[in-house]
Design a protein around this ligand. Structure first.
Ligand SMILES: [Zn+2]
Length: 257
């Protein structure tokens, strides 16, 4: 069976945080617009964790918030001979909220036209992507995108929803949706490479430690054995004599009552 550590996965968090135009319309309930990169980089962060847990090696091709050029992203993946390239994005049509039911919706997976490895990777990820949050499935499509064309490995680009659909825009900052997307992509990569997906297991709560008991021998504790206590010193001396005959070494301590 293939081993995850044999494979290097390049992760691309599409765009930079301030890339012009790559954001939702103003969302009044949030008091701001959501930048596309907020979602993309969160998915890449969670995907990186997922893949490392499964044993893969990963390569972040745009680890900063700057808008790393597409060429720099694909060159880095090619130079390291990555085995797969995953680009996370959020779609847009006209950049306006047109009201419920009027905006485009759903997710789409793209691979380079005619790429067999791209098509296979896309179908493996598609299998899991349609299992989570119920969204319109726009299917697997072919596109001549730079990062798909200029990479020497199985490469896909996922548009995980529409920024100009209010319902889907709000999912961009939903941590559960970000994590779920990452888990589904990770499961698809495991299927593609024929390795086992390793799910997250929450650590067991740590039981409180019992208070340490005094050890049997301790340098600051003395255990005395007393065999009698008498008001009359004579009686005490009689008992001491008996003990001496039995081989003990008694001492008599006189103290105030
Ligand atoms: Zn994008």
């Amino acid at each position: 069976m293939a081993q995850a550590k044999d494979f290097l996965i390049a992760l691309d968090d599409g765009h930079g945080m301030q890339t012009a135009g790559k954001r939702t319309p103003f969302i009044s309930s949030l008091g701001r617009a959501i930048h596309e990169n907020e979602f993309n980089r969160a998915v890449v962060k969670f995907l990186d964790i997922e893949l490392k847990r499964c044993g893969f090696r990963t390569l972040l091709v745009a680890p900063t918030d700057a808008d790393t050029s597409l060429k720099a992203r694909t060159d880095l993946a090619d130079r390291h001979k990555a085995d797969a390239f995953i680009s996370a994005h959020y779609d847009a049509l006209d950049g306006k909220f047109d009201g419920a039911g009027k905006d485009p919706e759903g997710h789409t997976i793209f691979h380079y036209p005619g790429s067999k490895s791209g098509a296979k990777l896309a179908s493996c990820i598609h299998k899991f992507l349609i299992q989570g949050t119920v969204q319109k499935d726009r299917g697997i499509k072919q596109a001549d995108f730079y990062v798909l064309r200029e990479t020497d490995m199985a490469a896909i680009l996922i548009e995980n929803g529409f920024m100009d659909n209010l319902k889907e825009a709000l999912r961009m900052v939903d941590v559960q949706y970000q994590k779920e997307t990452a888990i589904e992509i990770a499961k698809g990569l495991c299927l593609y490479f024929g390795v086992a997906y390793v799910p997250y297991v929450a650590p067991k709560p740590v039981a409180p430690k019992p208070a340490p008991s005094k050890p049997a021998t301790s340098p600051d504790v003395l255990h005395r054995v007393q065999v009698g206590a008498f008001g009359s010193k004579e009686n005490a001396e009689k008992l001491a004599e008996i003990l001496k005959k039995e081989g003990f070494s008694p001492i008599i301590k006189t103290e105030e009552k």
